[in-house]
Ligand binder design. Structure first.
Ligand SMILES: NC(=O)c1ccc[n+]([C@@H]2O[C@H](COP(=O)([O-])OP(=O)(O)OC[C@H]3O[C@@H](n4cnc5c(N)ncnc54)[C@H](O)[C@@H]3O)[C@@H](O)[C@H]2O)c1
Length: 270
């Protein structure tokens, strides 16, 4: 199936590792010209280099998406070097840490207020800044796709992740509103919701991409106490997320807007 992404310009925030890296690589493999944003310049450059080595087109753009001026400068640079941004993927986000098989995070009543702001700053302000920087151009060109990566925590609630859930729920409400405002300009605005994600460089063995309930005891225990990927017996892989984003970014999803596509292995069936 041709997704029609050839030569589209895609800006992916937090593209230097994990889900963002998979999204960058996948969009590039589909022919898109990819702006790999990351706070860490070396990570952005490494992913852009991977794409170029595979024959694709990529620009590394180190910028802090929490800083609106930096975001505007990044979009201007991207447009100058690759062309107008057709696709924005708001992927940069800060996830509560799950370092071990024990969940180990505080419930809201015991959480430290000093830790709340980072979740709102990156997951909400990062998204608002990037959207604001691209929507005028998309509106003028009468085309565009905006996809924000959210979490099931924000859709169905998740104990020990209250502030993160609040930030991701904000993204869901924002997306529906923006979809209604921009629909008449032929701009699609959607979210892709993930549950716990495996990582290419995990901090713990049970977070490895090849870990399953069958081959990893800790993962089996986590899945028993915490029904992520219950039906499918593994965590979300970055590639699962990237495939969903590629679809949402494509003309194959032309009539889909204001929606959330859950890629969660059946964690929440709503
Ligand atoms: N990991 C999970 O279990 C999980 C579950 C559900 C949803 N998600 C969502 O998926 C998305 C990606 O998660 P991940 O696990 O791949 O994250 P990650 O922490 O592995 O990678 C995030 C990337 O974003 C970059 N970044 C951080 N702050 C930034 C900033 N201010 N500006 C630009 N870049 C910045 C980091 O340097 C890093 O390379 C996030 O939105 C997250 O909320 C993740």
């Amino acid at each position: 199936m041709d997704l029609g992404l050839k030569d589209k310009v895609a800006l992916v925030t937090g593209g230097g590792q994990g889900v963002g890296r998979a999204i960058c690589r996948t969009l590039a493999a589909e022919g898109a010209r990819v702006v790999v944003n990351d706070l860490a310049p070396d990570r952005a450059e490494a992913v852009a280099a991977e794409i170029r080595a595979a024959g694709g087109t990529a620009l590394a753009a180190a910028a802090d998406v929490i800083d609106l001026d930096a975001v505007r400068a990044m979009v201007a640079q991207a447009e100058q070097e690759l062309g107008p941004v057709d696709i924005l993927v708001n992927n940069a986000g800060v996830v509560p840490e799950r370092r071990t098989g024990e969940i180990g995070l505080p419930v809201f009543a015991e959480s430290d207020p000093a830790h709340w702001r980072k979740f709102v700053d990156l997951n909400v302000y990062g998204m608002l800044n990037c959207c604001h920087a691209v929507v005028a151009g998309m509106t003028a060109r009468r085309r565009g796709k905006i996809i924000t990566i959210v979490s099931d925590a924000g859709r169905v609630g998740e104990p020990r992740m209250a502030v993160y859930a609040a930030a991701k729920a904000a993204a869901l409400g924002f997306t529906k509103t923006l979809a209604k405002e921009l629909g008449r300009h032929r701009i699609n605005v959607n979210t892709v919701a993930l549950s716990a994600v495996a990582h290419e460089a995990p901090m713990a063995d049970f977070l490895r991409e090849d870990a399953t309930a069958e081959n990893n005891e800790t993962l089996a225990k986590v899945l028993r106490q915490y029904p992520i990927g219950q039906g499918l017996g593994r965590l979300t892989r970055p590639q699962d997320a990237a495939d969903a984003v590629a679809f949402m970014a494509s003309d194959r999803a032309a009539y889909v807007t204001g929606q959330c596509l859950p890629v969660n292995g059946g964690f929440a069936m709503v």
